[in-house]
Design a protein around this ligand. Structure first.
Ligand SMILES: [Zn+2]
Length: 360
């Protein structure tokens, strides 16, 4: 649905208010912090049900009176109540493909887009009274739950499995948590939660989901960027013949002690050092380290040499959807093929270069 007109313009167009009344209401709205419709009602310019009628006609959505509806507690609890309350949105019905929400502002497209992205479903609107929506939402607590974060993390990790993604960025802002996934030159805007959350909550959820990871944390005045590189726990390799380049989900857990110049959480097989330490494996994230027993991530490699072992998955644009995202590619736009043991590293690197840098 496109944003068409605001309520003031609509009421003018329907000749239900005058320009002078609108201007007066705009001043009153500014002073009181009310919504424009409420200001008009308060000033006695128009009745609430007239506004509702116009709104429902304009956006061509059915109009329901919330009194007639059962509130679905379980459905409401799937959302961040703060966000619902702020936007006066009440989820009332969910089916396989869509969620129906009641709103007093059918032009609040930003909010509906967040819900759409968060739930992965279409959002249908019905228009109702703001006050009734507030009443319906008032018994619900606010804030993100650990449960919501754990569910989100489980989704991320299972999505990353058998792909070339290896890095997750959690970007925490006032209006929610944004999650991006990286790997092999691909960046995916994976999901966003409408809830605010803290780094500590994320760390707790990762711990509860048994995810080991290297991480970097940047906190700014506006929020945080918490960047993690998960480590797989089910693979043990020993790079006897030289550096290993990883591109698959998570970095590979080593058989022996390893170190990195990044912070980490979870496994006790790792320690932190700013400098290479002789005799230990080294995890490198920024660039090829040149250290003899090293494990690197692939995105920063541009040179090819015979002595590398390459583990992971090579992405190709999904042929079914032309990289737009479909069910076949898990909505990532890419499909992934595992690098075969007997692929020569030259062959592998040519493929990598093709994907990463568009060259052979
Ligand atoms: Zn596809």
């Amino acid at each position: 649905m496109n944003k068409i007109k605001n309520i003031g313009e609509l009421l003018l167009e329907y000749r239900m208010i005058t320009r002078e009344e609108l201007d007066k209401a705009l001043v009153y709205q500014k002073d009181t912090g009310l919504k424009l419709g409420e200001a008009l009602v308060k000033l006695g310019v128009i009745k609430q049900d007239e506004i509702d009628y116009i709104l429902s006609r304009q956006v061509d959505e059915p109009f329901v009176i919330l009194d007639d509806l059962q509130i679905d507690d379980e459905l409401v609890r799937k959302f961040d109540t703060n966000f619902l309350k702020q936007n006066r949105i009440l989820p009332i019905y969910e089916d396989e493909h869509s969620i129906t929400v009641a709103t007093d502002d059918p032009f609040n497209e930003d909010a509906f887009e967040i819900l759409r992205s968060e739930m992965g479903k279409d959002i249908n609107l019905v228009v109702s009274y703001g006050r009734k929506i507030e009443e319906a939402l008032s018994p619900f607590d606010s804030g993100v739950t650990l449960d919501q974060l754990q569910t989100c993390i489980r989704k991320i990790i299972s999505f990353m499995e058998n792909t070339s993604f290896y890095r997750v960025d959690f970007i925490g802002l006032d209006n929610g948590l944004f999650v991006n996934i990286f790997g092999f030159g691909i960046i995916l805007d994976f999901t966003r939660l409408s809830s605010r959350c803290s780094v500590a909550q994320l760390q707790e959820a990762l711990k509860l989901e048994n995810v080991d990871y290297f991480y970097r944390l940047n906190e700014t005045g506006h929020g945080f960027i918490f960047c993690i590189y998960p480590i797989t726990t089910d693979t043990v390799i020993t790079p006897d013949s030289g550096p290993i380049v990883c591109s698959g989900y998570g970095l590979v857990k080593m058989g022996g002690l390893a170190f990195s110049d990044m912070d980490f959480s979870g496994s006790d097989l790792f320690f932190k050092s700013e400098q290479p330490v002789n005799g230990y494996y080294f995890y490198s994230f920024e660039r090829f380290s040149g250290y003899s027993k090293s494990i690197n991530i692939v995105d920063n490699l541009k040179d090819f040499s015979d002595k590398y072992i390459v583990k992971g998955f090579i992405p190709s644009k999904c042929v079914s959807c032309g990289a737009k995202g479909c069910e076949k590619c898990g909505f990532s736009g890419y499909t992934f093929s595992e690098i075969e043991e007997n692929d020569s590293s030259e062959k592998v690197f040519n493929k990598l270069n093709e994907v990463l840098y568009g060259q052979n």
